[in-house]
Design a binder for this molecule. Structure first.
Ligand SMILES: [Cu+2]
Length: 124
């Protein structure tokens, strides 16, 4: 009986360690796997205003709104986000086709708002 308890305790402990390790290992993978592109948004421009991505490769755009609220919209890639003033907004994109796609501000931000745009170039 003591032997059964000892074996059971060992199995439970080993399983616990295995699950813990697996969680640690899988949690560590996505963080380093995705490319991060840092951008800023301010009246009336994005920096950089052109970014080049690879088709099928996920990226996270980290966009900081420097002066006020802005928007970020890429209709052809199905992406839209609100950029709150002073905050970093993470926008995940997995480009599914090649081409040049315009992004623009869709939150009115002043007299130059209509010209606040840039482009994403997706290559193979
Ligand atoms: Cu705007």
């Amino acid at each position: 009986m003591k032997r059964i308890i000892a074996v059971t305790a060992f199995v439970v402990l080993a399983a616990g360690i295995a699950v813990g390790w697996l969680r640690f290992a899988t949690a560590a993978v996505p963080a380093g796997a995705e490319q991060v592109v840092h951008m800023t948004a301010k009246k009336f421009e994005y920096t950089p205003s052109q970014i080049t991505l690879k088709k099928g490769v996920p990226v996270v755009l980290e966009i900081t709104a420097l002066d006020r609220d802005h928007g970020f919209k890429v209709p052809e890639l199905g992406v839209r986000a609100d950029l709150k003033s002073g905050q970093v907004t993470r926008v995940r994109i997995v480009p599914d086709r090649t081409g040049t796609f315009e992004f623009r501000c869709d939150v009115f931000c002043g007299s130059g708002h209509e010209d606040m745009s840039g482009e994403i170039v997706v290559v193979d």
